[in-house]
Structures are given as structure tokens and as C-alpha cells.
Design a protein around this ligand. Sequence first.
Ligand SMILES: Cc1cc2nc3c(=O)[nH]c(=O)nc-3n(C[C@H](O)[C@H](O)[C@H](O)COP(=O)(O)OP(=O)(O)OC[C@H]3O[C@@H](n4cnc5c(N)ncnc54)[C@H](O)[C@@H]3O)c2cc1C
Length: 446
Amino acid sequence: MRVIIIGAGSAGLMFSLILSHFFPSCNIKIIRDPNTKVIGVGESTTQPFLGFLSEYLGIDTNDFIINVKPVDKYGIYFEFGKKDFHFTFDTAFDYAYFDESLPVGFKFEGGNNGDTPYSILMNEKSVKGHSGAFHIDNQLFLKYLEKIAVERGIQFVSDKINSIQRKGDDIVSLNKKYHADYFIDCSGFKPVLSEEKFHSYKETLVNDRALFFRTKTKHEIRPYTKSSTMNSGWLWEIDHSQGYTGNGYVYSSKYITDDDALTEVQNKLRIKIQDYRIIPFKTGRLEKHWVGNVVTIGNADGFVEPLEATSLMVIFQLSKDVVDIIKYGDKKGDLIERYNKQTNQYYDNIRDFILIHFVFNDKLDTKYWKDYKKRWNKISKDSIVYDILNYYLNNDTHIKFLSHVFGTTNPYGLEGWYSILRGLIPSETDRKKWSVILKKYTYDHR
Ligand SMILES: Cc1cc2nc3c(=O)[nH]c(=O)nc-3n(C[C@H](O)[C@H](O)[C@H](O)COP(=O)(O)OP(=O)(O)OC[C@H]3O[C@@H](n4cnc5c(N)ncnc54)[C@H](O)[C@@H]3O)c2cc1C
């Protein structure tokens, strides 16, 4: 079996390593355009990351930690809602019943808050093990993956793909010289191989730019990503063990200009930013992710929003599904159709989860945030998301024990939903208030 992958960003490299791990006899070639750089962001991960690295990519996790020197991430500190809160990756709610006094936060032994200094956590790590999620230096991570790919015999070719020969849905060759059984498009936000329609999320998730910059870390490393509310979006702060903090103001060009975004973030952090990059992006997904012998993965395939740092997790999961189908074959002939349908649901569920972060954030009442309240009507009334919200807002019981009724609707599970809802809407009074607001928008705007 011959597989050609276009692109050597995290999507192309991760796909190649999953394929080589589960299908060692496969002949894998990565083609990358020497003049198109990788996007260079993707510094924060979700909790399954470490398990996926070993299970899906076959990477020794100690080797990864020694070489990439990541920072353990225990969750996200949200300066969102009336009162800041920690979105925990731990199972703070799984075994607890509803209790207004239950603290929301990272659940470490001896305390349920996110204030534990990193140095203490690191000392305890020998006992506890890693959280599973990390802050990673993007360049180091890609270098590390590439080194393993080379060791596994994966070939790298520097070339720009500028001509595609097709027969029906299948690609026959690229640049009239590259032939394979499958072609995997990991070429970033401007997909090179896919001709599929793009299903945009821009009506729901309005952000389309990020102002990205680094600062020297002057405080103790925070073992969590910090996300703060800004006038027209939000700001991430990600501490690294290499002595710098990666920062990004994610905003909507409909509400603020690049220059004003720069001024706002400088004022907030009380610094002068010398070097920064503006990264334009689009949120949405392809209508079909696998057509003929072409599969699209990574930013070329779909991107939701960096707020919950989901992309690497999505790449892991979708790549593993595709590799399984390639390896074992689509005997009944319906797996590809199922893959396309499931993948759409997967992306849409993440979109809905991200949407509630924005809809319920009442930290500021700028036009950007006021408009977000109205986007509740973008959630389909017959979706499970709608059910969960409706239940949470109108009942005073703990939704966790109803998990068998709601089912787990996306990678964050009910635990994730509950952490965010408890953080943004902590009290019964708030739930009642939101219930009234949402009824207004849901029923008026539908
Ligand atoms: C603002 C922002 C913040 C983000 N933060 C996170 C985060 O915290 N966590 C997370 O998981 N994800 C995050 N992401 C998503 C992250 O970008 C992706 O997880 C990841 O980097 C995937 O990139 P990629 O490999 O698809 O594409 P790229 O990194 O863009 O790689 C594209 C590759 O395709 C090649 N290529 C392009 N055109 C051609 C051609 N014609 N011929 C040959 N080769 C070609 C290029 O040379 C390059 O190698 C963020 C994204 C954005 C926009």
C-alpha cells in the first residue's frame, strides 16, 4: 500500500506516525512545499493527548517528555463570567451530587483549586503521574515528530503540488509524477487536494483572527492555560518550560481592527509588544472529509476555535479512524459514508460546546458580547446540547447522575459541560436569569 501525505505540519506528521504504527508495511511519503511554512500555533492540548501519543502513534511517553519538555496542563483558568473559574480536566463532578458549595476547579489532593504552584505539582508528579494534557513548544514538537518519522522510514519530499490528475473521485497522480493508493490532504487552511464544499461556522463562532506574540515568563509557570475576556474576543496565555509565554488575542474582524486589538492587548498586559503575527483563520468544516481515495485532515479539513484547544485531539481521533478503515478495508462499502457523517457530528458538537462559552459569558457588555447572547438560536432545538442546557437552567439537581439519559455528546462529556456551566452560571438565581434570556432569544429568533 502506498500513501502520500501533503503537508508536514502537526496533521501530516501525526497522520504519518499513526499510519506507520498500525500499518508498518505501508509505504508513506510526505510532500511539503518548502516555501509554505507550517502555521506554528497549537501550543495547548486536551487531556487524552498523552494516551494518544503512546496508543496511536506508538511513542514512548517518557521520551516525549524528555525531548519536548512540555508543561503539564490541568485545565483552563477562565476570566469569563461574573466570577473567574477553573475548567478542570479532572473528574471534579463525576462522583459528586449537586451542591452549590462544591468548588469549581482543578482537583488536586488537598484542595480543589488552581492555585497550587507548579513547583509543588512537579514534586508531587512522581506519585501522581502527568495530567495527560500539556503546553508544548510547537516547533520542538514538530521537530520531534519528524525525527521519529525519519527513523521509521517515512520519506520526505520538498515539492509544491500544483497539478492534480483525477479520474472520477480518485486522484491518479500529483504533478504528473507522484502515484499512490491514498492521498491525504494535510495542507492547512488552503486545502490543495480537496474540492469539497466548506460548511462555515462564521454565523455561530464569529472570531476570524488571532494576534499572536510571545512574552518572557516572569511568574512561576502556571500549569493551566489562562483565557481572559477581551472587548471583542478572548486572550490565551500559555506558559512554557522554555522561559516564554505564548499569547494570542483571538477576535472578530467585524468588531475590532488589528491595530485596536494590539492597543487593547498592550493595555491589558501593560506591555509594549514588538514582535507579533496576525493569523487569519476560518471556522467550519468540509461537507465531506473522505471522497474517493482522498482524505482531508487537520486545518484543511476543519477548525472550530482555539478556545478549548481541540484541534490536535481531533487530528488524533480522525486519523486513527481513517487508518483503521484503510488497513482493514471498507468491506460493506458504507464505512466512508459513516465516517463522513460521524465527522460532521464530531465537529458540530465541539462547535456547540465552544458556543456556550461565549453565549453565557457576561463579564463585559460590549457589542461583541451582547451579540453573542443572541446566537443561542444557532443551536438546533432538537440537539442534545439544547436538552442539556434547558435541563441545567431549569432544574436544581446535578445533571451528572442523568448521564445515562443525556449520553456523552462530545469529547468533553457531561463532565466538561458541567464544569463550564457551573463556572459561567454558578447559582440558581443566575440560572433563572439565563433561562428567561434564552427563552426570549430561542423563541423569538427561531
Ligand atoms: C489562532 C490559532 C490557535 C490554535 N491553537 C491551538 C491549540 O492551542 N491547540 C490545538 O490543538 N490546536 C490549535 N490550533 C490548530 C492548529 O493550527 C492545528 O492543530 C495544527 O497546527 C494543524 O495544522 P496543519 O498540519 O493542518 O497545517 P499547517 O501547519 O498549516 O501545515 C500545512 C503544510 O502543508 C504544506 N503545503 C501547503 N500547500 C502545499 C502544496 N501546494 N504542496 C505541498 N505542500 C503544501 C505546507 O508546506 C505545510 O507543511 C490553533 C489554530 C489557530 C488558527
